[in-house]
Write a protein that binds this ligand. Structure first.
Ligand SMILES: CC(C)C(=O)C(=O)O
Length: 310
């Protein structure tokens, strides 16, 4: 069966998209069985071999909260980091930043919530307090020359609060920009977004003075909307898209949540549109098939299944 169906561009889309690969962090953090360090390191290195230039490697949160990533330091020490590739790491507080700096990390991400309920559930503190905690982290990281991404969870809906007002997203996003974040990633943590809402949130952020070039999108595919939402964001000028190899991931707070947008599904769509990502789909699929074997279950990515007959 052929795998090349040609490319047909659509007007109004960027010519290049950066994929912010979150599989090793967001994808693996939900795995119940501990994944060995060498598998994590090989996963990251295979992703880079496939052409990724941004691979979110791990998270320096306390192991009590994310036991799967308790080996963050060993993973970072064992990685052979390559020139031209960024390996961002989630950092919750100043202690995490100290560890990141010791480990030679060049890009970090802080993670705020737009809603009070998720802020309490994920960070054990209200939104304002979380932002106060991040202020010195962002300031010191910037002084040290690091790139600082600010994640905003629950931008499009919250499992306790339901609909999330666009103004809340604008408020938290503006505060993260004022703290000094160089980029924001808008998280649809439970995968409930639909394209109209995506457009409305992006338009409101741009109207509030946040340049579209500083916005990335982070969709989960719970209701099968992740690619439609991504296309909407691209039409609005977004050029950084988060995705997880093999569609790994999930959210403990979403009923029957599936994983993040699968990187292979994203690459398939972008390749068909003639948009350059630098990622080799065959190598990526091989990586996801290899990882699925390590995890003992098939990849949920439609593209992986279609290309491997799985
Ligand atoms: C907690 C953040 C980083 C996230 O992964 C999400 O909102 O999906």
């Amino acid at each position: 069966m052929p795998t090349d169906y040609g490319t047909t561009p659509l007007e109004g889309l960027p010519s290049r998209v950066t994929i912010w690969e979150v599989g090793p962090r967001d994808g693996l953090q939900n795995e119940a069985a501990l994944v060995p360090i060498e598998v994590k390191v090989e996963f990251i290195e295979r992703l880079v071999d496939a052409g990724h230039t941004v691979v979110e490697a791990t998270s320096l949160v306390h192991p009590k909260w994310v036991p799967q990533l308790a080996d963050a330091e060993q993973v970072l020490r064992r990685l052979s980091r390559r020139d031209g590739v960024r390996y961002p790491v989630l950092v919750p507080n100043e202690h995490g930043l100290d560890r990141a700096l010791d480990l030679g990390v060049t890009d970090i991400a802080v993670f705020a919530s737009v809603t009070e309920s998720f802020s309490e559930a994920n960070l054990n503190r209200p939104v304002a307090e979380a932002l106060r905690m991040f202020a010195p982290v962002v300031a010191r990281a910037r002084e040290a020359g690091l790139g600082v991404r600010g994640y905003l969870s629950m931008c499009f809906g919250d499992p306790w609060e339901g609909e999330v007002p666009v103004e809340r997203v604008v408020d938290v996003a503006s505060r993260l920009v004022r703290l000094g974040c160089t980029e924001l990633s808008l998280g649809d943590t439970i995968g409930v977004a639909t394209p109209g809402r995506v457009a409305a949130v992006l338009d409101a952020l741009v109207d509030a003075g946040i340049p579209i070039q500083r916005l990335a999108v982070h969709f989960h595919d719970t209701y099968g909307q992740a690619l439609a939402n991504t296309l909407t964001a691209l039409r609005r000028g977004v050029t950084v898209v988060d995705a997880s190899a093999g569609g790994l991931g999930g959210c403990p707070y979403a009923r029957s949540a599936t994983g993040n947008l699968a990187t292979e599904d994203l690459v398939w769509q972008l390749a068909g549109l003639g948009i350059d990502t630098g990622v080799d789909l065959d190598k990526l699929v091989e990586t996801s098939v290899w990882l699925a074997a390590e995890l003992g279950r098939p990849s949920p990515s439609r593209t992986v299944r279609a290309l491997t007959g799985g």
